[in-house]
Write a protein that binds this ligand. Structure first.
Ligand code: RB5
Length: 146
């Protein structure tokens, strides 16, 4: 799968571990940084990753910051992006099956690397079920209510 990964200074270590594991597992990973502890602003990275999905070059994205919250808030400002913060595998799986989430946000200060890898595996391995969930996902986009 073509994946885009990005992180701020609070998440780049976990992002790098995930990038290595995903590449080893056969995924095509684009790493948008950051790659060092110098302080950066998470929205810059979230917006770049969102664009890399919306332009059709990447199927899904994984964003890491300290909590996962800032990354998900910024990414979700883009129509067509459905970003979810997860710290458990059940939410990760359901966010795919019911919500067709296309960005997973993780908190490096919340989950350890082992759990993070399990969450990523659950998220990447789950398929959107469509059916009754499709119209609900379509209704997430605000223009439907203008
Ligand atoms: C950076 O200190 C921290 O605020 C950021 O990584 C993230 O957790 C924001 O939501």
């Amino acid at each position: 799968m073509k994946l885009v990964l990005a992180a701020d200074h609070g998440g780049f270590e976990l992002k790098n571990q995930l990038a290595a594991a995903l590449t080893a597992a056969g995924h095509e990973v684009t790493d948008l940084g950051t790659n060092e502890p110098a302080s950066v602003d998470y929205p810059d990275y979230a917006h770049r990753a969102a664009k890399a999905i919306l332009d059709g070059t990447h199927e899904r994205g994984i964003l890491v910051c300290g909590s996962g919250v800032g990354m998900s808030l910024a990414a979700n400002r883009h129509p067509g992006i459905r970003a979810v913060v997860c710290s458990d595998t059940y939410t990760a799986r359901l966010s795919r099956e019911h919500n067709d989430a296309n960005i997973l946000a993780l908190g490096q200060r919340v989950v350890g690397p082992g759990l993070a890898k399990d969450i990523v595996d659950a998220w990447l391995g789950a398929k959107f079920e469509g059916g009754r969930h499709s119209k609900r996902v379509e209704k997430i986009e605000l223009p439907k209510y203008k």
